[in-house]
Design a protein around this ligand. Structure first.
Ligand SMILES: [Zn+2]
Length: 196
């Protein structure tokens, strides 16, 4: 007997409570809780996404991201960083460099790029479709980036003609670059410009 499955469509896209992160969705669609890239991507919490994004911005050219840098960027204590890094490592999203901090695994990098895409598409949509002042789009995007579905983000991007950059001029990672295998370095050169 599978009571939950009859009330959602196959992908769990419809009838899915907006405020719930992956844990419940995964159960509903019968995905096993493994540490493969795909399920990890679906199950990330907002804070986990923030960490991965921070590590991506810090550790961009092969250098590891140190605990203190991550703490500063995320706005938490180094102790909090250590415990989150342990969890992210268990999920296969980061790997430790002894004495030097962490780097993103391929799955972690994909998750970070996904969040960055969401953030920048949201900023673009707020500014160009909704006439938000550019100075205000970042704070809105910081909140919305964790809850917007991929479908919503893709539609927002399409409505704008799939812009290549956000209102700050930072390149927007393409969907195909994140999920497909045409993975050229999507936003190389953008990181560290001070506009996350
Ligand atoms: Zn921003």
């Amino acid at each position: 007997m599978k009571p939950a499955l009859d009330t959602v469509d196959g992908r769990g896209a419809r009838g899915r409570p907006a405020s719930h992160h992956g844990r419940h969705d995964s159960a509903a669609v019968g995905i096993e809780r493994t540490t493969t890239a795909v399920s990890s991507l679906a199950e990330l919490t907002g804070p986990a996404e923030d960490y991965l994004k921070a590590i991506y911005h810090i550790a961009h050219d092969g250098e590891a991201a140190g605990t203190n840098d991550i703490a500063r960027r995320v706005g938490v204590s180094p102790a909090a960083v250590s415990s989150m890094l342990r969890r992210l490592a268990e999920q296969g999203l980061v790997s430790h460099r002894r004495y030097h901090g962490v780097v993103l695994t391929q799955a972690g990098r994909r998750a970070a790029l996904r969040t960055i895409r969401r953030h920048r598409v949201l900023e673009a949509y707020l500014a160009w479709a909704l006439d938000y002042p550019v100075a205000r789009v970042h704070d809105e995007a910081e909140r919305l980036e964790h809850d917007a579905s991929d479908q919503l983000i893709d539609r927002m991007a399409a409505a704008l003609g799939d812009p290549a950059v956000d209102p700050h001029g930072a390149p927007i990672p393409t969907r195909g670059g994140i999920y497909g295998d045409g993975g050229s370095e999507l936003i190389a050169g953008t990181i560290g410009n001070g506009v996350p």
